[in-house]
Design a protein around this ligand. Structure first.
Ligand code: NAD
Length: 356
């Protein structure tokens, strides 16, 4: 069977998660998938993604993969939440009453789970969508910006990536300074733009790449950097390559092209296959595991959910991602393995403690 041809049953049978809710929303022709991967550390908590897929099975695949990633992310930051994710796979973009109807029916579906899954924003959903769901369900865990708190996880995620990048530079060059280093950022959106600012303020040079070339150009002017065309992004020399746009961009075709010592970025599921971690390791490129280095937004909003509101406290905790990665890199060096293995062992330890 070719990759991408699996049926719902194939995908669910191959998954190691706790359970999946599959629901068809007849009024809009949308599929709703709520994937609960592991509730060892606490109630499954993850974003709700709304997206148009070529096949609904692709939406289910996304939900399953992302829910597993959330288990690893919560365990990495050791917060009492479990791995889960929801996907609303719509047949086309939904607006107005149709969108409102789907979100409210989704909220009613969440209520039937009685707290087993709590959700927030993700790709394709907005703060207004969360308010819509929250109008019928108590299982929206954090409406960003409520009670005057921070409204956007992107800057926290960027801060965590920046801290992780410094830890990687320390491991590779013996000093964490960005001074004289060049960082190539693929995707300058909610995370990539604040990351560019952090790098530039720290004395680093930025190379910016985005399919929105106007955006890349405007930011390059602001930060004194240069623009790299998307077709050249993997072969452009740099010290750090920071993927902050798409998943699966590290693979058998792109890894041989890379001309960097470090890959440290925010994108989810950067490795196309497990083998790609070995490819990077063999090439001597230090890879910061995505679910650790991009956990800043989840960490900050998880802490808010648990009652922490002081932005300085949140930022200090997010900067701690650098320390976590330093430990992961050091362990990987000792065992001569990819940091992916060390990060995985760390997740297993936290989950085992939770089970115990
Ligand atoms: P975003 O949509 O705000 O920005 C993504 C940017 O990437 C856009 O400017 C887009 O034009 C650009 N882009 C898309 N395809 C591209 C390509 N082929 N080449 C170059 N640029 C391309 O998204 P974001 O919130 O900044 O998130 C970026 C990545 O980080 C995503 O993979 C997301 O899942 C992940 N992530 C984000 C957060 C967060 O807090 N926002 C947290 C964890 C992980």
């Amino acid at each position: 069977m070719a990759f991408g041809d699996e049926s719902f049953l194939d995908l669910i049978a191959a998954w190691d998660g706790a359970g999946v809710v599959v629901h068809f929303d007849q009024p809009t022709g949308s599929w709703i998938f709520i994937a609960i991967h592991d509730a060892t550390l606490g109630p499954a908590t993850g974003g709700t993604r709304m997206k148009v897929y070529s096949r609904p099975e692709e939406g289910l695949r996304d939900a399953l993969r992302l829910a597993s990633g959330m288990t690893a992310k919560w365990a990495s930051v050791d917060l009492p939440f479990g791995g889960g994710k929801a996907v609303l796979a719509t047949p086309g973009p939904l607006e107005g009453r149709e969108r409102q109807g789907l979100l409210r029916r989704y909220g009613a579906l969440l209520n039937t789970l009685d707290g087993a899954f709590g959700t927030g924003e993700d790709f394709g959903t907005t703060p207004d969508d969360m308010l819509e769901i929250a109008s019928v369900s108590g299982h929206v865990v954090q409406v960003h910006g409520s009670a005057g708190g921070p409204s956007d996880p992107g800057p926290f995620t960027a801060l965590g990536v920046f801290a992780g990048m410094r830890a990687a530079l320390e491991q590779v060059h013996g000093q964490s300074s960005l001074d004289g280093r060049t960082v190539l950022i693929q995707g300058v959106g909610d995370v990539g733009a604040p990351l560019a600012r952090l790098v530039s303020n720290a004395g680093g040079s930025v190379l910016l790449c985005d399919i929105d070339s106007d955006l890349a150009f405007a930011l390059s002017v602001e930060f004194g950097g240069s623009v790299v065309k998307p077709e050249n992004v993997y072969r452009t020399p740099c010290d750090v390559f920071a993927p902050c746009a798409l998943g699966a961009i590290l693979n058998g075709s792109t890894i041989p092209l890379l001309q960097c010592r470090v890959v440290a970025g925010s994108a989810n599921n950067q490795l196309e296959t497990d083998q790609d971690a070995e490819r990077l390791h063999e090439r001597g490129i230090l890879y910061a595991p995505d679910y650790v280095i991009n956990s800043g937004g989840a960490l900050a909003f998880g802490l808010i959910q648990l009652g922490a509101h002081d932005v300085e406290v949140l930022e200090t905790r997010v900067k701690g991602i650098g320390g976590m990665l330093a430990e992961i890199f050091a362990d990987a060096l000792v065992h001569d393995v990819s940091p992916v293995h060390s990060a995985r062992r760390r997740v297993e330890r936290v989950l085992a403690k939770g089970r115990g």
